[in-house]
Design a protein around this ligand. Structure first.
Ligand SMILES: C[S@@+](CC[C@H](N)C(=O)[O-])C[C@H]1O[C@@H](n2cnc3c(N)ncnc32)[C@H](O)[C@@H]1O
Length: 276
């Protein structure tokens, strides 16, 4: 039996639609073609009637077998795109999320507005925040993570993308010895009580990257306190929807003069900014 690349793409989209909604399934099938087979939309449009080889069909079948078990595509292919760059990801790193771009943009705005020159990315994971800050500014950037595996990936990503970063391993701000100016973090902030309601894909990601005690607030709270003790100028934190009111109160109790939230496009408070 022969099958063309266009037909294979349609078959893949309907196979993915067994466990994704149809729009997501169609978009993901295009990503498989683009990132996995190097067949982008333009190539599909112009050469889609070429016959797919047995090798290609076998490869897609193997990927589908893993994907059906819930493994995210980014782990299968080994990278995720963020801010136009390809970031290697492994089972040691969280997969970068599109919404974290708002955290990055807020950090860039706050740092520029306050005229800061030094930034640190706490819980760097694959390195996305620290690396993008280093590539898009002339700031001195440091980054830390408690996970040795994540730091190895972040170092490789920094090297590949040509970003100069001072990496260190340890608990939150403890390993950062430079004087702190801007502290940026997308810390684990999921409430462990919500674990059973989450998408099955999340079970493939490092649990240490997702969950935090105290209803998801433990690490955000410690970052706000440690940054205040280190006399940092500002903190930009990605937070969970519904966490802003409690964190603003805690930030003020730690001595931050200003603490406010920024909303995402859906109107949820998703970034906490503390300064002063
Ligand atoms: C939500 S992930 C964010 C990763 C990356 N910054 C991103 O936005 O994709 C949180 C990261 O914090 C790290 N982490 C968890 N607990 C930590 C701690 N106590 N100290 C430092 N890093 C920690 C995890 O290993 C993980 O890489």
């Amino acid at each position: 039996m022969t099958i063309t690349f266009s037909e294979l793409r349609l078959d893949l989209a309907s196979a993915l639609a067994h466990f994704l909604d149809p729009e997501e399934a169609s978009a993901e099938s295009l990503r498989w073609f683009e990132d996995g087979l190097e067949w982008n939309r333009a190539k599909l449009a112009s050469r889609g009637d070429e016959v797919a080889t047995a090798e290609v069909r076998y490869q897609v079948g193997q990927w589908l077998r893993r994907r059906r078990q819930g493994e995210p595509w980014a782990y299968i292919i080994g990278f995720e795109r963020f801010r136009g760059h390809r970031f290697e990801v492994t089972e040691d790193t969280l997969i970068p999320r599109p919404e974290t771009e708002l955290t990055l943009e807020t950090a860039l705005e706050i740092g520029r507005y306050l005229g800061l020159r030094k930034a640190c990315d706490i819980g760097t994971g694959s390195g996305i925040l620290g690396i993008c800050m280093a590539l898009e500014t002339d700031w001195a950037v440091s980054a830390s993570d408690i996970s040795e595996g994540a730091l190895k990936v972040a170092r490789r990503n920094a090297e590949k993308l040509g970003a100069r970063i001072n990496f260190s391993q340890g608990d939150l701000l403890t390993p950062i010895s430079d004087p702190l100016e801007l502290v940026v973090s997308n810390p684990p902030y999921v409430d462990p009580a919500d674990a059973s309601t989450l998408q099955r894909e999340l079970s493939f990601e490092p649990q240490q990257a997702l969950f935090a005690d105290d209803q998801g607030l433990a690490l955000s709270t410690r970052i706000l306190r440690q940054a205040a003790e280190h006399r940092a100028h500002a903190v930009v934190l990605e937070i969970g929807a519904g966490q802003s009111a409690e964190l603003i109160e805690r930030a003020k109790a730690f001595g931050w003069k200003q603490a406010r939230a920024r909303q995402d496009w859906a109107g949820h408070d998703r970034i906490l900014i503390a300064s002063g």
